[in-house]
Design a protein around this ligand. Structure first.
Ligand code: SF4
Length: 375
């Protein structure tokens, strides 16, 4: 398959890993920002191909993990209202709120529908004119572009029964906040290729300069990630700090202009609270004034939401690159995919879920290899 198979070839992967081992002279800590990259690293055991002195830490690039508890509680309150059809991507359903999850509301008879595209929610609103359809618009710039398309289409169709509960995040301010943190351990970044396919990477240039940190825009296949690491490592070893683009087949310096216009029409930049990280100025996208009639928080009169955070979850420290999932005392014991205490154990992009899922696979593989039946 073009653009996939060639990025999974073992021979080429081994070659790049050898280059990395040859060129590494001292310890480095590099963060892959995107949860999709974390999963690719753990699933393909890429970290095991690296010299031990290179430590990979995992960034805040999982939209499910960073959606604030208050917003989850608000989603649960809206989804429980009579006459509401609540549309969400599947991962959000199992994220624990203060008391319940969306899945609990669904089990209690709430009309919650799992969708795969924001436009599906618009279609559901067209098909159910007597119901209020609310779409849980969660994500980074990539998803936000599709969410903007749904809002635009709902406006064009003059739908009065469609609204969005928005929880959208901008990646550059989050990287800036990690760079600015006094206790940061991160010396280089792999930036998320799909976000940059929308935004381009010009916004990273002042960051790399100000914090003297290399940033490499990287794809998601094993070879993409190792190439990105090699590019980042070469800069670290040479003491340079540029923005480089490994993901040339999908990302241009200025990004996707039509998508940016769409985003700017529908959303305006706002302060945003990131679960586990706190509020970061100008790091979110809220509905712009002209689209405020589509704002679910304004449409429904909800009682005051008082979120109660589970303090035992250390997801914030994990997403800042300060800790690893295995450092959490609850990992794999009281927090498991079938009983998650925090969003990173739920989401298909969460670091805890990646570690849990693939460590189980490794154990299964190892135990089946050592089984007498296989000898
Ligand atoms: S293992 Fe569970 S409790 Fe610990 S950080 Fe991950 S999600 Fe939070």
């Amino acid at each position: 398959m073009k653009f996939v198979d060639e990025y999974r070839q073992s021979e080429t992967i081994q070659k790049i890993a050898t280059e990395i081992r040859k060129e590494t002279t001292r310890p480095w800590t590099i963060m892959e920002v995107c949860g999709g990259q974390t999963h690719a690293i753990v699933k393909n055991r890429l970290d095991q191909l690296l010299p031990q002195v290179i430590e990979l830490v995992h960034g805040p690039g999982c939209p499910v993990c960073v959606t604030p508890l208050e917003t989850i509680d608000r989603a649960i309150a809206i989804a429980a209202l009579p006459g509401v059809i609540f549309c969400s991507f599947g991962d959000m359903l199992r994220v624990p709120g203060s008391e319940y999850s969306l899945l609990d509301v669904k089990a209690d008879g709430g009309d919650i529908r799992i969708i795969y595209s924001p436009l599906q929610a618009v279609k559901i609103a067209e098909d159910h004119p007597t119901k209020q359809v609310v779409f849980f618009a969660v994500g980074f710039e990539t998803t936000a572009a599709a969410n903007a398309m749904a809002a635009t289409q709902a406006k064009q169709k003059s739908l009065k029964n469609f609204s969005l509960l928005v929880s959208q995040f901008l990646v550059t301010p989050a990287i800036a906040s990690i760079c600015a943190a006094k206790d940061t351990r991160v010396q280089g970044f792999l930036a998320a290729g799909h976000v940059c396919s929308i935004t381009g990477y010009e916004s990273y240039l002042p960051l790399a300069e100000k914090y003297q940190v290399p940033i490499v825009v990287t794809g998601f296949e094993p070879l993409d990630i190792l190439e990105g690491l090699l590019m980042c490592l070469r800069q670290l070893e040479q003491g340079s700090y540029q923005v480089e683009n490994q993901y040339l087949r999908a990302v241009e310096r200025t990004g996707n202009r039509p998508a940016q216009v769409l985003l700017n029409n529908v959303f305006s930049v706002s302060a945003q609270c990131w679960r586990g990280l706190g509020e970061i100025p100008a790091s979110g996208l809220a509905l712009a004034e002209e689209f405020s009639d589509l704002d679910a928080t304004k449409k429904f009169a909800l009682p005051e939401i008082k979120p109660r955070e589970q303090h035992q979850c250390i997801s914030g420290a994990i997403m800042l690159g300060l800790k690893k999932p295995g450092d959490c005392p609850h990992f794999g014991t009281t927090c498991r995919p079938d009983h998650p205490l925090g969003a990173p154990m739920v989401s298909s992009e969460g670091a805890c879920s990646a570690y849990h899922r693939y460590s189980q696979q490794v154990k299964t593989r190892e135990s089946s290899m050592s089984s007498p039946n296989n000898q």
